[in-house]
Design a protein around this ligand. Structure first.
Ligand SMILES: O=C(O)c1ccc[n+]([C@@H]2O[C@H](COP(=O)([O-])O)[C@@H](O)[C@H]2O)c1
Ligand SMILES: Cc1cc2nc[nH]c2cc1C
Length: 344
């Protein structure tokens, strides 16, 4: 596996050409704001100016359970995880509604749900690694073998989605308790204390938040120096679903396929992908700003400005899918707006 091998960035020549075209559009310079930057990024990832319309967008939801959810860190019980997987399958979750509206395909995969979902839809469990990852403040989330297995699963899933024609990928998540490992992965990778990164997840109260901060800090202290290595970080503090999402994004970047990030779980996986495949973040854009503080710290670290900032904290890939119309608009503006020089 070629983890740690640097990723080839999107073409600098195309970036320059797209930037020049943007500057020549029949708009005042800078008038498209962030949509202009997004348009240049789309063109660069496609390797063509003007960019093509983005027709085929595919979202993958990485589902899994987390031992830490039995330790007072979430407002909900872990039985919600398989219940929501079933809801994705019938197209009735928040992300399902947005994805149907915007023509995005959604695939849900059980990497580590503590339930027998095989009977529901065998394709959902094809990449299953475990039935819940370890309670990270007390034990490792995974064995090293499971970490490699989950990353390889993510790489295979990315290859399948790309073979199916994906022009843009979205990494979503489902798993009660998963904002705890996400915060821990970001804190460990950025060198931040639990107090700064930990958020309220599904909506815990002040007392539970103080407890959750202690749990995240205990996990960071337990992992110690091991967090200098990304595989060790995922083994100690991650989960099957987070490791798979990281492998998925690293593989997308290596294949030159852009990824639209979602909330704190998706962005934590993005941070790990950028450690496994240095430079991968150049292939990422941020769909939205989550209310979780860890996500904002991580976006800053990756150099990404979120497209939307509307207070969402649903996960599932929903914030990324909600940003899809603006990504499409950005590409269309750069391709279809007249050039000022042609008007005079
Ligand atoms: O995407 C986010 O930033 C986000 C923020 C808070 C909660 N979530 C979702 O809520 C679940 C995790 O919250 P929690 O409180 O159980 O850790 C999980 O299923 C996530 O998809 C997601
Ligand atoms: C109902 C519900 C839906 C979710 N979707 C993602 N995380 C979730 C958590 C809960 C509790």
């Amino acid at each position: 596996m070629n983890t740690y091998t640097p990723v080839t960035p999107p073409s600098a020549a195309i970036t320059a050409e797209a930037t020049e075209r943007l500057g020549g559009l029949a708009t005042p310079p800078g008038a498209l704001g962030q949509l202009g930057d997004l348009a240049v990024w789309v063109a660069a990832t496609q390797g063509v100016v003007p960019p093509k319309p983005i027709d085929r967008i595919r979202a993958v939801i990485f589902a899994g359970d987390h031992g830490v959810s039995d330790h007072g860190v979430s407002a909900f019980p872990k039985a919600i995880t398989p219940a929501m997987v079933r809801t994705f399958l019938i197209g009735k979750a928040g992300v399902s509604v947005l994805a149907a509206q915007h023509g995005v395909s959604v695939r849900v995969l059980d990497l580590g749900v503590d339930d027998d979902l095989e009977g529901v839809a065998p394709e959902v469990t094809a990449f299953k690694v475990n039935r819940g990852s370890g309670a990270i403040h007390l034990e490792d989330a995974l064995t090293t073998e499971e970490t490699f297995q989950a990353i390889a699963a993510g790489e295979t899933i990315a290859a399948e989605e790309i073979a199916a024609g994906a022009q843009l990928l979205i990494s979503g998540d489902m798993g009660i308790g998963n904002t705890t490992p996400a915060a821990a992965l970001i804190a460990a990778s950025l060198g931040l204390p639990a107090m700064e990164v930990t958020g309220r997840g599904t909506g815990i109260d002040e007392a539970a938040l103080v407890h959750k901060m202690a749990v995240v800090q205990q996990a960071l202290d337990r992992a110690g120096e091991r967090t200098s290595d990304p595989i060790e970080t995922l083994t100690a503090l991650g989960s099957a679903d987070l490791a798979a999402a990281a492998g998925f994004m690293a593989a997308a970047a290596r294949a030159g396929v852009p990824v639209l990030l979602d909330g704190v779980i998706s962005v934590a996986a993005g941070v790990m992908a950028d450690r496994l495949a240095p430079g991968a973040a150049a292939w990422f854009a941020a769909g939205h700003r989550s209310t979780e503080p860890a996500q904002s710290f991580a976006l800053d670290k990756l150099g990404l400005e979120p497209i939307l900032d509307v207070g969402m904290r649903l996960g599932e890939g929903s914030g990324a899918v909600a940003a899809v119309p603006l990504v499409r608009s950005a590409a269309l503006l750069l391709s279809d707006v007249a050039l000022l020089a042609d008007l005079m």
